[in-house]
Design a binder for this molecule. Structure first.
Ligand code: NDP
Length: 256
């Protein structure tokens, strides 16, 4: 029972941070088979262009994940248009790295509000509906920084450690409930290594940004955003009783 992979995932998904990089690649990957997609980011023009390219079942919603009301709106939009929420991919995230000795509290706030609170708001937006449906996938994009501490990236690493911890905690809460009500809501994290995207652009401290770009460019054959999108599809198409807790994906030749 439940052994079959869902050969062609055809559900309704919300994707945050869909205006570039990994989020955009996830939208492109899922759109051909999805019943509906809500694609979210602050750069409204980009998500509108992407939605027009992908089809009428892809709805762009301007959203700042630091604002709970914006994130809640993603779920209400999905319900209004498609009547269900099968998955959320909490992908929006920023780098804003720099030595902690600089005490740039505004950067620390931005990282925490985007990378941690943004993910929590995403969970809160979809969970009531998923609990009612008794099904759903919550996929949080963490990082290798969820298990390691990179020099000059203390707060970013802390944010990704938090994403791993809260994802595991939610998974435990759901498993306990699942034994009572039979729900199959699954929680996964994907922890990528170096992926060539606009990621470094969010770093405000210029020398740190240049170091990060140099470090990323030093990796021979880095991952593409599409490689991570394929991981999302793999998770969504897993048999109903299979929960992929954490998927770590890195370029074979990465040594940073
Ligand atoms: P990009 O910079 O290309 O994409 C980041 C996305 O997040 C953009 O769409 C951006 O949209 C969105 N975003 C940022 N802040 C907000 C906000 N406040 N509200 C809504 N959306 C926001 O980088 P990646 O695609 O690489 O990053 C995606 C995720 O992958 C991040 O969580 C990152 O930490 C993680 N990751 C990336 C790695 C890499 O090597 N690239 C490695 C490991 C993890 P907009 O600015 O339009 O709002």
């Amino acid at each position: 029972m439940g052994e079959e992979r869902d050969k062609r995932w055809a559900g309704v998904a919300i994707i945050t941070g869909a205006s570039s990089g990994i989020g955009e690649a996830i939208a492109r990957n899922l759109a051909p088979s999805a019943k509906g997609l809500i694609i979210a980011a602050r750069r409204d023009d980009r998500i509108h262009d992407l939605a027009s390219e992908l089809g009428d079942h892809v709805i762009p919603v301007e959203c700042d994940v630091q604002l709970q009301n914006d994130v809640t709106k993603l779920a209400t939009t999905a319900m209004k248009h498609f009547g269900a929420i099968d998955a959320i991919i909490n992908n929006a995230g920023i780098a804003r790295m720099a030595s902690m000795l600089r005490c740039r509290v505004e950067d620390w706030d931005a990282i925490i509000d985007t990378n941690i609170k943004g993910v929590l708001y995403g969970i809160a937006a979809v969970l009531p509906q998923m609990l009612q449906q008794k099904t759903g996938n919550i996929i949080n994009i963490s990082s290798e920084a969820a298990r390691r501490i990179f020099l000059g990236a203390g707060v970013y690493c802390a944010s990704k450690h938090a994403v791993r911890a809260l994802s595991e905690g939610l998974g435990q809460d759901l498993s306990i409930r699942s034994r009572k009500d039979g729900n199959t809501i699954k929680v996964s994290t994907i922890a990528p290594g170096v992926v060539m995207t606009e990621f470094a652009e969010s770093v405000t401290h210029e020398p740190t940004k240049l170091d990060l770009i140099k470090g990323m460019e030093s990796v021979d054959e880095p991952l593409s955003a599409e490689n991570i999108a394929e991981c999302v599809r793999f998770i969504l198409e897993s048999p109903i009783h299979v929960e992929i807790g954490e998927m770590t994906v890195r370029p074979v030749k990465q040594n940073m």
